[in-house]
Design a protein around this ligand. Structure first.
Ligand code: NDP
Length: 479
């Protein structure tokens, strides 16, 4: 299989070969090398940021509706090519084609469409001050650096590009070294849709390329999707230059199932919240709290349904569960499973699996102190925990440094809203899980991050306010 792009980087509207170390791209299902890329050198990172800074002013002075039109055109191109792009996404990530066809580029297209449509209605404020008045202008930041994780490479690239570009910023984007291919496609598509050269650039590389971007003098903002430790490093480095940040980081989110929940829906949601994309989703509800009255029935039904999950070739449309993105990540997940067993949790189903595959795995008899309950695993591992009452479960759900997401299953609407009001999480779901429509803000609290992606709220994180005082009369001076 060959997924070799024209070149490793995309700078100033053109494919450019990287001058840094080799970056082989492996298909997670077979381990086969599907493309051979090179990292950007330090000079190339600086050059990409310089070019973005030069291209940005002309893009920013276009009428917003014109910028929006480019994004809407890009969304249409993505939809036309969804099949080819989804196949590439599957080769890059190993995720089943039945997922990538509906979830990855499609949600990227929705972001481009949403922000493209919003473009013309982003306005400032008029502030009456008696004789005088003031107004605000929402202005771009300049060059935004985007740094992505490997689980939803194209979605993450689009979620960052769409609000950044619509506000008149330029972007230099670094995808994860594991999944470098989708962002290059986005760069081509944006150019084809009419984006001026140099406004969206892609550099490749490992962490040090991301670190170089974060401190480049031309970069005004860094938007990272990644783990909490990387987030801390990037936030610290960005602070040095007083750069704006958006941090979309990890989680260990609670999914609380009360006795009166619809059993079948709660099981469906728990499976989606732990096994979709082989569990490699930041907002996953990996701590499933089960109230005592529903626990047994829930676990019986869960085990029955997990047994029927079809694992295998990601390009087979019937496959529901694909390989893990890399051998290193699979080893980390296996170590977490081994720790769970060593600490005394029971395996209801699943286990370490073989090679690139880790089957959907469920632990029972876990306690809040175990590492499988505390640490983000980022794989298909669900930890179930028993609870008795609402007060207890809210305290236990909040007893974590993370705060990305949370879910509640109950038929009691008053309780649902009461509990959600007390959960320390940036994104919550009632009687569903992991739906992230572009209309709804997405992001975390506590260690899980800062800022919001999606919705009009994202605009605030890719722009700054300028206040303008307008004097309408003479100047009163005491001198
Ligand atoms: P990492 O934190 O390892 O990496 C994220 C990105 O940062 C990668 O592109 C990485 O490059 C880069 N990077 C690494 N070190 C630095 C540095 N010092 N300066 C700048 N950039 C750096 O995350 P993963 O890719 O392993 O992704 C999994 C994590 O992402 C999980 O914790 C998950 O929860 C989180 N995530 C959060 C989401 C959210 O929206 N909240 C969504 C998806 C994932 P490279 O990979 O090349 O080393």
């Amino acid at each position: 299989m060959n997924a070799q792009p024209a070149a490793s980087l995309f700078i100033d509207g053109h494919p450019v070969e990287g001058e840094g170390a080799a970056l082989p791209v492996l298909y997670p299902y077979t381990g086969e090398e599907i493309a051979s890329l090179r990292e950007a050198s330090g000079d190339q990172v600086a050059q990409a940021c310089q070019i973005a800074a030069s291209a940005q002013p002309a893009w920013a002075v276009l009428a917003p509706v014109e910028r929006g039109r480019v994004l809407i055109r890009a969304a249409a191109i993505i939809r036309e090519r969804n099949e080819e792009l989804s196949r590439l996404e599957t080769l890059d990530t190993g995720k089943p084609i039945q997922e990538t066809l509906v979830a990855d580029w499609e949600s990227g297209a929705q972001a481009l469409e949403f922000f493209g449509g919003l473009a013309a209605s982003i306005t400032g404020q008029m502030i009456p001050l008696g004789r005088d008045w003031a107004y605000t202008r929402r202005e771009p930041l300049g060059v935004c650096a985007g740094i992505g994780a490997w689980n939803y490479p194209s979605q993450i690239a689009c979620w960052k590009a769409a609000p950044a570009l619509v506000m008149g910023n330029a972007m230099v984007y670094k995808p994860s070294e594991e999944t470098p291919l989708g962002a290059l496609k986005l760069a081509e598509i944006l150019l084809e849709a009419g984006l001026p050269e140099g406004v969206y650039n892609v550099v490749q590389g490992r962490g040090q390329v991301g670190a170089a971007l974060t401190t480049d003098p031309n970069v005004a903002k860094v938007s990272l999707t990644g783990s909490v430790p990387t987030g801390r490093r990037v936030y610290t480095a960005a602070a040095e230059g007083m750069r704006h940040v958006t941090m979309e980081l990890g989680g260990k989110s609670p999914l609380i199932v009360f006795d009166d929940a619809n059993l079948e829906d709660a099981v469906s949601a728990a499976m989606l919240a732990n096994f979709y994309s082989s569990g490699q989703i930041c907002s996953n509800g990996t701590r499933v709290f089960l109230q005592e009255g529903i626990r047994e029935a829930f676990l019986d039904r869960l085990a029955e349904r997990v047994r029927n999950v079809r694992m295998g070739d990601p390009l087979d449309p019937e496959t529901q569960h694909g390989p893990i993105v890399s051998p290193a990540q699979a080893e980390k997940i296996r170590a977490a499973i081994a720790a769970g067993e060593a600490e005394g949790a029971q395996l209801l189903c699943g286990g370490p699996g073989e090679g690139a595959f880790i089957p959907p795995t469920v632990f029972t008899d876990a306690s809040d102190e175990m590492t499988i309950t505390r640490d983000e695993i980022f794989g298909p591992v669900m930890t179930t925990l028993a609870f008795y009452d609402e007060q207890e479960v809210v305290c236990r759900a909040n007893a974590t440094g993370y705060g990305l997401a949370a879910g509640v299953f109950t038929q009691d609407l008053t309780r649902a809203h009461r509990v959600v009001g007390r959960l320390e999480a940036g994104t919550c779901w009632i009687n569903t899980y992991n739906l992230t429509p572009v209309e709804m803000p997405f992001g975390g609290v506590k260690q899980s991050g800062l800022g919001r992606e999606n919705s009009a709220a994202a605009i605030e994180h890719y722009s700054q306010l300028k206040s303008v005082y307008v004097g309408m009369g003479g100047v009163d001076a005491p001198y």
